[in-house]
Design a protein around this ligand. Structure first.
Ligand code: UDP
Ligand code: MG
Length: 325
């Protein structure tokens, strides 16, 4: 059997500070895996520039000139981490690679775990999830919110791997099937398990960022979590139905109680409690409407079926005109 061609897919957004440090590490990994005879020497390090505003793309182009293992594509604008990874995976697929490993460019995820990932692929696994063994370098708050998120996702019925982000190996077979998942709202770590096939896990330690700053402040993290939940599970809508039934039952009991009181000659007093209950129910209804609205918004975006990524440049080829219709 010929050796598999590996593409390492690396999303980059405003990463001019960290790329000069991590790019040689990725190249070194490709070289050592090739020397060990585990992968083909046609393997590549693919950087996906996600519409950076700094010198990231210029850096990627200069890497590509220095060494043929480095290649890069650029998105026409910033589309977010998930779309950048997807663009890279689909590019790798279009170029007939046998395996892809997606990883962040900031050195937080241990590059050395790739040896074990590739070995597990050679032993028959089609998906290998990188799982953080410890999160010591994350703040208590990030750890707490992240773990709460994984538990919530699983409770809502989405099958996601605990403490796994987007560091994973995928075989060409899985990638081919994954290409049929056409949704616009993508949450890769929730979608990949849906594809199935034999999967394995590799534990690694998560480090500090080697340079630069995180692009995921609390606001974006919450948005990603909310997106993940609503694009993978319908349970929130079911919960609303459940909450409606519970509130109706309680109010029904209240009515009976008030009638019984009246029949016994005493009047149920208190307009304040009435106002409180009306406001409470009003608030609950607005939240429920918001959740339903979130799903309708998702349906709206899905029906438009807009492109999920637009590649404007490649380091190895000029822009090709697409003809429609
Ligand atoms: N990233 C991206 N597009 C964005 C934001 C981030 O491609 O709009 C990339 C970023 O360059 C990095 C990865 O996604 O390689 C993870 O981002 P970051 O390290 O900022 O997130 P954190 O590790 O703090 O969650
Ligand atoms: Mg990071």
């Amino acid at each position: 059997m010929s050796k598999p061609i590996l593409w390492i897919v690396i999303p980059c957004y405003n990463e001019e500070q960290v790329l000069p440090i991590t790019a040689p590490m990725f190249l070194q990994k490709i070289t050592s895996l090739t020397e060990k005879g585990m992968i083909s020497d046609k393997s590549r390090v693919l950087f996906v520039n996600d519409g950076s505003r700094d010198k990231t793309w210029e850096l990627i182009c200069s890497f590509a000139k220095q060494d043929a293992h480095f290649i890069g594509i650029s998105q026409s604008r910033n589309r977010g981490h998930q779309n950048a990874v997807l663009a890279g995976l689909m590019e790798a697929r279009a170029n007939n690679c046998d395996i892809t490993i997606s990883i962040d460019c900031d050195g937080q995820d241990d590059i050395n775990a790739m040896d074990e990932m590739v070995q597990k692929y050679l032993d028959g696994a089609e998906v290998v999830y990188g799982v953080r063994s410890r999160r010591d370098t994350d703040t208590f708050f990030k750890r707490f919110t992240a773990e709460g998120f994984y538990h919530l996702m699983n409770a809502l019925g989405a099958d996601i791997v605990f403490n796994h982000a987007d560091y994973r190996l995928i075989s060409a077979r899985v990638l081919d099937s994954f290409a049929d998942y056409k949704e616009v709202n993508i949450f890769l770590r929730g979608m990949v398990p849906l594809v199935g096939f034999q999967s394995e896990q590799v534990l690694y330690e998560r480090h500090e960022r080697l340079a630069g700053e995180s692009h995921y402040p609390l606001r974006k993290m919450l948005a990603l979590a909310f997106d993940g939940i609503t694009s993978l599970s319908n349970k929130p809508i079911r919960l609303i139905t459940g909450a409606g039934i519970v509130v109706s039952l309680i109010s029904f009991i209240g009515v009976i109680w008030a009638i019984v009181q009246a029949a016994m000659g005493s009047v149920v007093a208190g307009w304040a409690s009435t106002i409180c209950i009306v406001c409470f129910v009003g608030g609950v209804q607005l939240v429920c409407l918001g959740v339903i609205g979130e799903y309708i918004g998702k349906i709206y975006m899905e029906t438009k079926a807009r492109p999920r990524y637009i590649i404007s440049e490649r380091t190895w080829a000029p822009y090709e005109r697409k003809y429609h219709g």
